[in-house]
Design a protein around this ligand. Sequence first.
Ligand SMILES: Cc1cc2nc3c(=O)[nH]c(=O)nc-3n(C[C@H](O)[C@H](O)[C@H](O)COP(=O)(O)OP(=O)(O)OC[C@H]3O[C@@H](n4cnc5c(N)ncnc54)[C@H](O)[C@@H]3O)c2cc1C
Ligand code: SF4
Length: 331
Amino acid sequence: MMRLPKFAYLVPRTLGDAVRMMGDAGPSGQFVAGGTDLYPNMKRRQQTPRTIISVGRIPELHRIEGDGKEGLRIGAGVSLTEIVEHPIINRDYPFVARAARTISTPTLRNMGTVGGNLLLDTRCNYYDQNYEWRKGINFCLKKDGDVCWVAPGSEKCWAVQSADLVPLMVAIGARLRLVSTVGDRTVEARGFYNDDGIDYLHKRPDELLAEIQLPPANGWRAVYKKLRRRGAFDFPVLGVAARLDLDADGSVKDARIVLGGIAPAPMEVEAAALALVGNPLDGERMRAAAEACYLKARPLDNTDHLMNYRKQMARPFVLRALQELAEGRRQ
Ligand SMILES: Cc1cc2nc3c(=O)[nH]c(=O)nc-3n(C[C@H](O)[C@H](O)[C@H](O)COP(=O)(O)OP(=O)(O)OC[C@H]3O[C@@H](n4cnc5c(N)ncnc54)[C@H](O)[C@@H]3O)c2cc1C
Ligand code: SF4
C-alpha cells in the first residue's frame, strides 16, 4: 500500500492567511483543494511538499456570482459537482457543465475543484507510476532523473496537459485571478499555460488561484469533446474545445479552436480559425478546420492509445464539435 509522507497541514480561513502561510512555508509549501491529484502524486513521491495549505475552508473561494449577461465569477474552490449542477452555469454556460461532467467519477467530482483542475499536473506514462517503478527506469527529467524516456534526445519534458476544463477555458476567453502576498493579478487563461511538462504554468508557486472569470455569454457558443478509452473515469487523450461567434447571416465572425491532451500545453490552432472566419459554417469550411487541426496535432507516445490514432481522431472530433455548434444555431 502506498502511504502519504509526513507533512504539516494548515487550514486558513481567509485568503490573506492562506497566502501569508504560503509565504512562511516557502518552497516546501503547496496549496491543496480537493487533493484528488496532489495526494496520489505525494503517495508516489512525484510531489513532496512538507507543508500543505488547504484552500477548502475559505468562503470566498466557494462563491459563484454573476450570470451570462455580466459574466460569471467562479471561486477556485467550487467543486466539479457544483459546476455540473449549478442552475446558472447550466442555463448560460452549459458547455462548462457538460465538460465538467466528463471529468473522472461522481465521487472524485465531489472532492475535485475547478481550481485544482485548471492547475492540474501534466501527465505521462513514465511519470504517473509509483516510486519503485520510476526508480526501476532511473526516473526521468520531470522528477529525480536526467533523461526523457519519451524523447531521449530532448531537454524538454513532454508530459501532457490532461485537465478537461483547460482547453475550454482557453477557447472561451476565461480569466484567472491570482493572489499572493505581493498582490493580485488577473491573467488570460489563453497565455497561462506553458509548453513544458515540468514548468507548465506561467504562475509562481506562491500564487493562489482565487477566481475564474467567464466572459459574458453574449451570442457566442462553445463545445468540448473528449477522447478517452472508457466512457467514464479516464483522462482525455485528446480534447477539442471550440468557440464560435456567428453573424446574423450565419457566417463566422470569430472562432477559436483549442486542442488538449496532446502536448504539455493546450494548443490553439489558428489555421483552423482562419479556415472558418468570414465564411458560412458549411461542410467544406468545417472539414478545412478539422484538417488544420489534424495537421497541427502531434501527440507523443506517453498516454493511453497509440499516438497516431490520437492524431487521426483530431479530424472527426473537430468536425463533430463544429457540427454540434452549427446544429445548435439552427435550434
Ligand atoms: C482516478 C482519477 C481520474 C481522473 N480523471 C480526470 C479526468 O478525466 N479529467 C480531468 O481533468 N481530471 C481528472 N482527474 C484529476 C482530478 O481529479 C481533477 O482534475 C480535479 O479537478 C483536481 O482538483 P482538486 O481540487 O482535487 O486538485 P488538488 O489535487 O487539490 O490540486 C491539484 C493542483 O492544483 C494546486 N491547487 C489546487 N487549488 C489551488 C488554488 N486555489 N491555488 C493554487 N494552487 C491550487 C495544487 O497545489 C495541485 O498542484 C482524475 C483523478 C483521478 C484520481
Ligand atoms: S515526457 Fe519525458 S521527462 Fe516528461 S514525464 Fe514523460 S518521460 Fe518524464
